[in-house]
Design a binder for this molecule. Structure first.
Ligand SMILES: C[S@@+](CC[C@H](N)C(=O)[O-])C[C@H]1O[C@@H](n2cnc3c(N)ncnc32)[C@H](O)[C@@H]1O
Length: 255
């Protein structure tokens, strides 16, 4: 796909083989085409490795964090479970929202919590709302520990951001979905892999071996869940689709 942005005319031209489309940058289609190219640039340039939240690196596209904040505010969860801690920035982000909301706690799971990361998280003012577990997110003893930490009737939101292979994410979806409350979500992040195949640090199998593929496989086998992106709570523009690293990531429990 070849995307050309003409800022003088305010249009974007997308060529796919013989097919060519032109869109005004003022339209949803134009915005989507320009954003697609921009998202690819954020991957290639490692722009997403340049953010921190309250002092801890958070490896996310900021829009995804803001959109998740919209869901957290609307849902008012009691517990947010995240697989994949890394430097702890995303855990601190959720915990800081919970602190401001005066409710909620975060359970973070990582196969390896490095000493300097653990020390920084332990010393952080938001640690009071965070529990850390070390081990593979799909190990039965870890899943059992997490289940024991959630009380009956609590509203639970789950974010999967660990190993992004289709098989691992599908196993995580099967393991953690029973904890998700009706009306809440299990979020399979980073389906962007499909879109950035061919870019730096990508693998040849990313077109099928990714969290988005796992999300689709999961909803096909479990009718209590559907892929459903939460609507924007506020929107005075023409755009209705998010700019995201998390395509088809929001899996809602409907029954
Ligand atoms: C993308 S990083 C997480 C980024 C973090 N959520 C953030 O937003 O800053 C992925 C993390 O998943 C962890 N990981 C990889 N395989 C895992 C597994 N099987 N179980 C749990 N964590 C795993 C890695 O150690 C790494 O820290």
């Amino acid at each position: 796909m070849i995307t050309t942005i003409d800022e003088e005319q305010g249009i974007v031209i997308v060529r796919n083989g013989e097919h060519e489309e032109r869109h005004s940058l003022a339209t949803a289609e134009g915005f989507e085409a320009a954003s697609r190219a921009w998202v690819r640039a954020t991957w290639d340039s490692k722009y997403v490795y340049s953010f921190a939240w309250m002092g801890r690196p958070v490896i996310q596209l900021p829009e995804d964090m803001i959109r998740l904040q919209e869901v957290i505010w609307a849902l008012q969860p009691d517990v947010l479970i995240e697989t994949g801690v890394a430097h702890g920035g995303s855990l601190i982000f959720y915990a800081s929202l919970f602190e401001a909301m005066n409710k909620g706690r975060v359970i973070g799971i990582d196969i390896e919590i490095r000493e300097h990361n653990r020390a920084a998280i332990e010393a952080h003012a938001m640690k009071k709302r965070i529990e850390l577990l070390e081990g593979s997110s799909t190990a039965p003893e870890i899943v059992d520990q997490v289940k024991a930490m959630v009380k009956p009737g609590e509203t639970v939101l789950v974010v999967l951001d660990s190993n992004h292979s289709k098989g691992h994410v599908l196993d995580e979806l099967r393991a953690y979905s029973p904890l998700v409350s009706v009306g809440s979500y299990i979020v399979a992040t980073d389906g962007i892999m499909e879109q950035v195949k061919g870019g730096p640090r990508s693998e040849d199998d990313w077109d099928w071996n990714n969290p988005k593929a796992a999300a689709h496989a999961f909803v096909a086998e479990d009718s209590r869940f559907v892929i459903e992106e939460p609507a924007f709570p506020f929107n005075e523009g023409v755009v209705t689709k998010r700019v995201t690293y998390w395509p088809d990531a929001f899996i809602k429990r409907i029954a």
